[in-house]
Design a protein around this ligand. Structure first.
Ligand code: AMP
Length: 600
């Protein structure tokens, strides 16, 4: 089962223009030749005006590498097989062409495009993104996932819809009920296909694809390319263009003086995490990269609201405005620059000590390019990346491509931060004592020492100095630790899913249900096991689809002859039990209950 050769690899090296790398005729899959093209804008890609307006309003300044490569062939109607993880901009890579080519937007009754995604969370996210891009076109987008009352979805479908974004199980339910009509679908997208297969959706996906008329355009995005994905590509894609973010030449190895670190933090807590890191690191000057103009502006406002001197730099500013900002940075009036890649291109700032990626860059080479702004001319530099839990894979990819570790660290705690601030205050006081210009203040100490202990007088003075330099500690908010998905072992080449090389289910512990559920988990008893043909993926699929919890949140699964045990987060246990009781496992109603007590 061979994949089609890579038609287009995206390589971007150290600020050089993007290059297309079409294969040499008859070469092996990975031997690629090189052709350099000029920088591409969204309008170069030929997108319709309404989409360009939407992108401008969203503050997108240029297409990400995967968008540059995927959009033109998709507009031409080609099938496409893309290697891309979350964070690369893959949603817009398929959503923009889909909206560009769609006819009768806003007027047809049955959907013209179907996007299949593994989880409810992604269904909502993708559908919101398509809605934002297609707003000016009047596109009607409907997310459809397990767990939400089906009748509400049916009603929405009856009102007419252009794009359906669905989890496979629920989509198949709708097809069976006749409420999701596939007859007019011209584009189908399988997003995060490897994840869908891992969750046991292979059969649902196959059935849905078989029900869509021939001649449709099929797009498959997957972060990994295990044999089962190749098999799907082979049987359901026609002569696909293959696109992947490839490992361009990188020069990270030439910058040993850059200390790199990554912090995984939920989106909502990113500004708080940034502030905490800035306090802990005290950069002389820092360049913070954001993806969009809007993000730049919002972050500048947040930072200034918290007492920093931050300035924005983005493509929507005139050259004169940008020069003024750079002048303020060079003179030290500003020490924090928040910028998009486009605006920061070519900047060379001597005093820069820190580069901070507020988002994971959309390709490894972009990461290398960004962090190369520090650690120049023998100076030391720090590169910090904030990643959302879902972007974990992009970090791994960066490490693989650059051949360097980007250690994942825990954010400084509120206590760490306060201790660090006290260190700064102590150092400032020490300097002041050494300067010896204290005569005029001694009288205050003497007066107060008649009334109070000298130690208390000193402590009160330290408190005032501390607060004056930093403000109050009261706005330090707690930043919860995110759950990070670890890469699933051995997916590629092992038949996918939960099968190990020996064919034994990886997550099914045949040694018996002896270990307690890990902390924060509740073990659930399901009254069907091996004899009833239950496999781990059946349980993952049933839980993820019907109870709205992401597959990755489901813990160990143990399958005995007559029953199974599944560990789920305690916070979701009730929901999972209710959903499994209401639904079925392997087509049968089964007993479902808690097994023992939740751990904490
Ligand atoms: P995705 O990989 O599709 O999950 O996208 C990751 C993030 O990048 C999302 O927040 C998008 O809004 C954002 N994004 C996608 N394309 C671009 C672009 N060309 N410029 C700036 N941000 C983008």
């Amino acid at each position: 089962m061979d994949l089609p050769p890579v038609d287009l690899c995206v390589v971007r090296d150290m600020g050089a223009p993007l290059g297309h790398y079409p294969p040499f005729a008859g070469d092996a899959r990975n031997s690629i030749g090189k052709r350099t093209i000029n920088k591409t804008t969204f309008s170069d890609l030929g997108l319709r005006d309404e989409l360009l307006t939407a992108l401008g309003e969203l503050g997108y300044e240029e297409p990400t590498p995967i968008q540059q490569e995927a959009i033109p062939p998709l507009i031409e109607g080609r099938d496409l097989l893309g290697n891309a993880a979350t964070g690369t901009g893959k949603t817009a890579a398929f959503a923009l062409p889909l909206l560009h080519t769609m006819t009768a937007i806003g007027s047809g009754r049955t959907p013209r495009a179907l996007v299949l995604v593994p989880t409810r969370e992604l269904a909502m996210q993708v559908s919101e993104a398509i809605h934002r891009y297609g707003r000016a076109l009047g596109a009607r987008v409907l997310p459809v996932y397990g767990g939400q009352p089906i009748f509400r979805q049916i009603k929405a479908m009856e009102r007419g819809v252009d794009v359906v974004v669905a989890t496979p199980g629920r989509a198949r339910d709708h097809v069976a009920r006749g409420t999701l009509v596939l007859d007019d679908i011209t584009v189908v997208v399988l997003d995060e296909a490897d994840e869908m297969l891992d969750m046991g959706f292979a059969e649902d996906i196959g059935a849905i694809l078989d029900g869509i008329p021939e001649g449709r355009q099929t797009v498959l995005f997957s972060a990994t390319m295990p044999p089962r994905i190749r098999a799907i590509a082979q049987s359901h894609l026609t002569d696909p263009v293959r696109v992947q973010i490839e490992d361009g030449p990188t020069a990270a190895g030439e910058s040993p003086r850059i200390r790199q670190a990554a912090y995984v933090v939920q989106r909502a807590y990113k500004p708080a995490a940034l502030v905490r890191l800035l306090d802990a690191e005290s950069p002389t000057a820092a360049l913070v990269f954001c993806r969009t103009r809007i993000e730049v502006e919002q972050l500048v406002e947040t930072l200034n609201g918290r007492g920093y001197r931050a300035e924005a730099l983005h493509g929507g500013m005139t050259q004169e405005q940008r020069d003024r900002v750079m002048g303020r940075l060079r003179s030290g009036t500003t020490d924090l620059l928040v910028a998009t890649d486009v605006a920061a291109r070519g900047l060379d700032i001597d005093q820069l000590t820190h580069v901070i990626n507020f988002d994971v860059p959309s390709a490894p080479a972009q990461y290398v390019h960004r962090i190369g702004r520090v650690g120049r001319a023998g100076r030391e530099g720090v590169a910090i990346t904030l990643a959302e839990p879902r972007e974990h894979r992009m970090l791994k990819n960066i490490e693989r491509v650059t051949g360097q570790r980007v250690p994942q660290q825990a954010l400084p705690t509120v206590a760490d931060l306060r201790a660090r601030r006290l260190d700064v205050t102590t150092a400032t006081l020490r300097e002041s004592i050494l300067e010896e210009e204290l005569e005029s203040f001694r009288v205050v100490v003497e007066t107060l020492s008649d009334e109070f202990d000298v130690m208390d007088v000193a402590a009160a003075a330290v408190k005032l100095a501390h607060q004056a330099s930093r403000g109050s500690d009261e706005d330090d908010e707690d930043i919860p630790e995110p759950r990070v998905r670890e890469d699933r072992p051995q997916r590629a080449g092992q038949g996918g899913g939960y099968q190990g090389g020996d064919g034994a289910p990886r997550r099914a512990n045949r040694a018996g249900p002896s270990r307690p559920a890990p902390e924060g988990s509740t073990r659930i008893f399901v009254g069907a096991g091996r004899i009833a043909g239950v496999r781990p993926q059946d349980l993952v699929g049933a839980i993820a689809n019907e109870a709205n919890i992401a597959g990755r949140e489901i813990g160990a699964i143990q399958i005995a002859d007559r029953f199974s045990l599944v560990d789920v987060p305690t916070s979701s246990a009730e929901k999972v039990i209710a959903a499994l009781r209401a639904g079925s496992v392997k087509g049968r109603k089964v007993t479902v209950r808690r097994d023992g007590k939740p751990t904490r």
